[in-house]
Design a protein around this ligand. Structure first.
Ligand code: EPU
Length: 417
């Protein structure tokens, strides 16, 4: 297993380029099941979750070839309609193959994902939506077995705005008979990117990016070429890296408009952000002001930035309150941040963070993807040496993070444990 050794205290400066979005790539890869033939997806990040998605598609019979950040997925040969527990348990998003397989073959057998470190994360709303579209669904031996001769359009009102649920039903509805209306749909940019892909494939979708999405089913979809949007969470993580080290970083290939909630909070905290010619310059100030955040579905403050922002608040002047409203167990970074000298008290879904003058480097353990990123940020700001172990979590979602940070002047190295 690899770990990261960070010698903190360096102000980051220079230029960094954001990779393609993990959370857009995953459903887009899966959507190619609906478009038999040669699809070409570019700006794909090199990540463990992408490899898992490729394995899932290969298990279904697709031929997948990668060349740099361009991946060709030929879904013509897909013939199998089963995604096994071995793969789905390593990456929950694999469950999104259920709808597209059902739409293409009239049947699918997909493992239920099981537990997750950050919360229970059920898929009840995905299944309820597919059932409303006429699927016959049975749960046996840990697998969802679904059948439908042809899915039919339905009006679906989500109890909770769910990103995966919205993506799943949008894909399933693309070739269903008649019109599907998704109400209280999630509005994340990754959903809009997926809708763009489906529309290029020939789907009729209106309203992606709003809370009501209308999909008029078509007979079939055709393969496409598509460039994935930049990863807003990776971009946000670099913004905080600049802020927490009092640095001056220029971030390329990011879409600042996807990060409004974070930008406002960083500006409130005293961070300077300038967007010029599509390059975002982030300058940290000597003093960070404390700011409260509440995670919300997009366009609210992203849960995927909560751990990183909390780390910044640990070094702010004053106290801040961080409320996590999306996942029930997303404070696992807190006990590791305490090892740096942070002052944080958790009560329910709220963490009260009192700013401390400095962090002192410590050995810490990554527990999930974004928690791991927060520990790297803490290490960059801490004095002396920090060792972050179990970084396989980081490799799920950040492409070459330590190389990109080293390019900005961080003293960070990956070593074998
Ligand atoms: N929920 C249900 N029932 C459902 C679906 C969701 O109760 O059928 C609940 C979840 O348990 C959660 C809330 O609804 O409490 C929101 O979950 P959502 O479905 O929106 O999350 P997701 O689709 O499973 C995606 C991202 C996550 C990100 C969340 C929220 C992907 C592959 N994953 O997950 O990303 O945190 O949306 O924005 O897109 C990450 O990248 O680190 C990550 C965890």
């Amino acid at each position: 297993m690899d770990k990261l050794i960070i010698k903190g205290g360096k102000k980051l400066s220079g230029d960094v380029t954001v990779s393609g979005s993990k959370n857009a790539s995953l459903p887009i890869f899966i959507s190619t099941i609906l478009a038999p033939g040669a699809n070409e997806i570019s700006n794909v990040p090199f990540l463990r979750d992408i490899n898992t998605t490729i394995k899932v598609l290969e298990q279904l019979g697709a031929r997948v070839e990668g060349n740099g950040n361009v991946v060709r997925i030929d879904t013509g040969p897909v013939a199998n309609h089963e995604a096994t527990y071995e793969l789905v348990k390593t990456m929950r998003a694999s469950v999104l193959v259920l709808g597209p397989l059902l739409a293409r073959f009239g049947k699918a057998r997909v493992s239920l994902p099981g537990g997750c470190a950050i919360g229970a994360r059920p898929i009840n709303l995905h299944l309820k939506g597919l059932a409303a579209m006429g699927a016959e669904i049975n749960l046996t031996h840990g697998y969802v077995e679904a059948k439908a001769r042809r899915l039919k359009g339905a009006r679906i009102n989500f109890d909770i705005a769910t990103v995966g649920g919205t993506e799943h039903l949008m894909m399933a509805a693309a070739t269903a008979k008649g019109e599907t209306i998704l109400e209280n749909a999630a509005r994340e940019p990754e959903i809009v990117d997926l809708a763009d892909v489906l529309v290029k494939m020939g789907a009729k979708i209106e309203g992606a990016g709003t809370d009501t999405i209308r999909i008029t089913g078509v007979e079939g979809l055709s393969p496409v070429a598509h460039r994935v949007i930049p990863d807003r969470i990776e971009a946000g993580t670099f913004m905080i890296a600049a802020a927490i080290t009092g640095g001056d970083v220029r971030i390329h290939d990011m879409r600042l408009e996807h990060l409004d909630a974070l930008v406002f909070k960083l500006q409130d905290a005293g961070v300077e952000i300038v967007n010029k010619d599509n390059v975002v310059r982030v300058k940290g100030s000597r003093k960070i002001r404390s700011v409260n955040i509440k995670t919300r579905p997009y366009p609210g403050f992203p849960t995927d930035m909560q751990a990183q922002f909390m780390t910044l608040m640990c070094l702010a002047d004053g106290a801040s309150v961080v409320s996590e409203n999306i996942f029930e167990n997303r404070f696992m970074h807190v006990s590791e941040l305490l090892r740096f000298g942070a002052d944080i008290v958790i009560e329910g879904n709220t963490a009260t963070v009192k700013g401390v003058k400095k962090f002192s480097g410590a050995p810490v353990m990554a527990t999930d993807l974004r928690a791991s990123a927060s520990l790297v940020l803490a290490g960059l700001a801490a004095d002396n040496t920090t060792e972050v172990s179990r970084i396989y979590h980081l490799d799920r979602g950040y492409e070459a993070l330590e190389k990109k940070l080293a390019g900005l002047g961080a003293d960070i190295q990956r070593v074998k444990e």
